[in-house]
Ligand binder design. Structure first.
Ligand SMILES: NC(=O)c1ccc[n+]([C@@H]2O[C@H](COP(=O)([O-])OP(=O)(O)OC[C@H]3O[C@@H](n4cnc5c(N)ncnc54)[C@H](O)[C@@H]3O)[C@@H](O)[C@H]2O)c1
Ligand SMILES: O=P(O)(O)OC[C@H](O)CO
Length: 347
């Protein structure tokens, strides 16, 4: 079952539904939990999805597969499920997990497609770890260069499954998500894969600022390179086990590229910079994304907190500057001044 029904959540349900119909090792039906809302027409979103087989709000025009059943009742949706796909904006995972405690099967396996992290008083916590700890089940991750609308139209792309130590489980997830237009590779580096997916949203915001300032492609390429370098350092700071090779998988460099050119974080950050930082991200998000949620602004605040707490802000000038711009302490043009401080890590 799929927990979440935004644009990526709906595409995830479509991918999984294609495979559960075609592979005898899975049950046909895919339940998709919907955070219920009432559409302008007065109809409930869940009813509209089940009537049209489309997520008319978050992924209009795309048939999900007849075996996808939308359900607004989370407890009901998880009942008996042994494979749980978590794909909500990361700011909602806390409440969702809390309401699921004691309600999922003890032998269930989870996978998180959520790009973000939790920061608690005791330090940063990956979403997969949070799900595992709250629900007492194993949790893998799936990340990659995956703009939902392109995969919805069945344009070829790749993704990376990050797993801890059970290769068999990773293979099951690969089977469940792979289609002729979606190629999935397993990598035994859950922290590296998940942190790549999380941190690339910060780089996307920096890229959006550069676009909003009409700085051009060379500047954006420089920002991407600095961003990747800070991503790698931050990953290794939190988990020394993170592998360099992970950055060359879809979850690494490929996701940074796609998100810096085609993602929502980039798009809204461009508008923020064009407005000279005078309109807030919240306001622009509500106006431009019609209910879809940005992850990058929250993530960079969380990253900033981790670095400030450890006295390491100086070593991460791109991440620090992005947060200071987002929070109104610096103007968008500061993203360029940042480049003067760039040679922090040995190349
Ligand atoms: N959209 C993409 O292209 C894409 C691709 C890869 C990964 N992701 C990641 O997938 C995750 C989910 O993103 P998405 O694009 O599917 O969502 P979205 O931004 O398209 O939609 C927002 C979703 O949040 C739900 N919501 C609103 N308030 C809520 C609440 N209080 N509690 C629970 N849910 C609530 C809405 O109903 C909607 O389903 C994010 O972490 C995102 O970074 C997205
Ligand atoms: O639209 P964004 O910025 O949330 O990015 C979407 C995906 O994460 C790209 O892989």
């Amino acid at each position: 079952m799929v927990i979440g029904s935004g644009s990526w959540g709906s595409v995830a349900a479509k991918l999984v539904a294609f495979n559960t119909l075609n592979l005898s090792s899975f049950h046909d039906e895919v339940k998709m939990w919907v955070f219920e809302e009432t559409l302008q027409s007065g109809e409930k979103l869940t009813d509209a999805i089940n009537r049209t087989n489309e997520n008319v709000k978050y992924l209009p025009g795309i048939k999900l597969g007849k075996n996808v059943i939308a359900d607004p009742d989370l407890d009901n949706a998880v009942e008996d499920a042994n494979m749980l796909v978590f794909v909500t904006p990361h700011q909602f995972i806390d409440n969702i997990c809390k309401s699921l405690v004691g309600k999922v099967r003890s032998d269930a396996e989870a996978i998180s497609l959520i790009k973000g992290m939790e920061v608690k008083i005791e330090g940063p916590c990956l979403i997969s770890t949070y799900i595992s700890e709250q629900l007492g089940i194993n949790c893998s991750v799936l990340m990659g260069a995956n703009l939902a609308n392109e995969i919805a139209e069945e344009k070829f792309s790749e993704a990376t499954v990050g797993y801890r130590n059970n290769r068999e489980i990773a293979e099951q997830w690969v089977q469940l998500f792979t289609t002729p237009y979606f190629m999935v590779t397993p990598v035994q580096d859950v922290e590296g894969v998940e942190l790549c997916g999380t941190l690339k949203n910060v780089v996307a915001i920096a890229a959006g600022f550069v676009d909003g300032l009409d700085m051009g492609n060379n500047t954006k390429a420089a920002i991407i390179r600095f961003g990747l370098r800070e991503m790698r350092e931050f990953c290794k700071l939190l988990f020394s086990s993170v592998k360099d090779d992970t950055f060359f998988e879809s979850c690494g460099v490929a996701d940074v590229i796609t998100t810096c050119f085609g993602g929502r974080n980039r798009k809204v950050a461009e508008a923020f910079a064009r407005n000279g930082g005078k309109r807030s991200f919240d306001e622009l998000e509500a106006e431009m994304l019609q209910g879809q949620k940005l992850q990058g602004v929250t993530t960079v605040r969380e990253v900033y907190e981790v670095l400030r707490h450890r006295g390491l802000l100086e070593l991460f000038p791109l991440f620090a500057t992005v947060h200071e711009i987002c929070s109104g302490c610096l103007p968008p043009s500061a993203i360029v001044i940042y480049s003067e401080k760039k040679n922090i890590f040995p190349v």
